[in-house]
Design a protein around this ligand. Structure first.
Ligand code: TMP
Length: 222
């Protein structure tokens, strides 16, 4: 099921390896849609609700082995249930465009391809936990993992953010994440667009706006 809307809503997710430039792209896209007079909300995972943000702090800090992969999956999913029930579904029901920085595609990539948990199980859990809600469109920002990781690690240091648990893992892990996002896009091409995120921020933003503008006419009808 995608969108789950009763009005002209749209559910967009932005995915990519760490340091792929999601936050800048999301801010720009939200400004663009708002200036076109469209109702837009931005949010993120893990997080997006007060309890989800508490889980985010637990999940993204500390050492790589702070959580068993299964615990990590269940906590990511718990944060998502709160997010879907309290933020995403209400937004879709009132005809908003919601842009989420990551969604279940990240779980398939990180806990599935990265940690080695069964993708079938993750999809089943997703169906049970949130009624199999999928974004109408997922934008995958694709970039070389070494470039992404060095950007991301730099940001964590300059902003003194204690969120580096995944960035502390080796490049091989992150390469699996990148390949998973590309595979997910290839599996469902009508619901994904892959954008080369290695260009200038301006080029990347232009490509994202073009992709979303092409998709806007497909917004869910009232
Ligand atoms: P970010 O918001 O800065 O991208 O950081 C979120 C981190 O959490 C990132 O390293 C990916 C990870 N993550 C998962 O491992 N599984 C998930 O389901 C989600 C939403 C994020």
């Amino acid at each position: 099921m995608t969108g789950q809307s009763e009005a002209k809503s749209m559910f967009l997710a932005v995915e990519g390896v760490d340091g792929s430039g999601k936050s800048g792209v999301i801010a720009h896209l939200a400004d663009y849609l708002a200036s076109a007079g469209l109702p837009v909300i931005t949010t993120r995972e893990p997080g997006g609700t007060p309890s989800g943000e508490k889980l985010r702090a637990l999940l993204l800090s500390g050492s790589d082995d702070a959580w068993h992969p299964m615990s990590e999956l269940l906590l990511m999913t718990a944060a998502r249930v709160e997010h879907v029930q309290k933020i995403i579904l209400p937004a879709l029901r009132t005809g908003q465009i919601i842009i989420s920085d990551r969604f279940v595609g990240s779980t398939i990539a990180y806990q599935g391809a990265g940690r080695g948990l069964s993708e079938k199980f993750i999809r089943h859990l997703h169906a049970e936990a949130v009624g199999d809600l999928w974004p109408d469109l997922t934008i995958v920002l694709d970039i070389d993992v070494t470039v992404g990781l060095s950007r991301s690690r730099r940001r964590l240091t300059t902003e003194i953010l204690d969120e580096g648990r995944f960035e502390s893992i080796d490049t091989t892990f992150h390469e699996k994440i990148r390949q998973s996002f590309l595979a997910q896009a290839a599996q469902a091409p009508d619901r994904h667009v892959v954008i080369d995120a290695s260009g200038t921020p301006e080029d990347v933003r232009k490509s994202v706006i073009a992709a979303v503008s092409a998709f806007l006419p497909h917004r869910n009808q009232p």
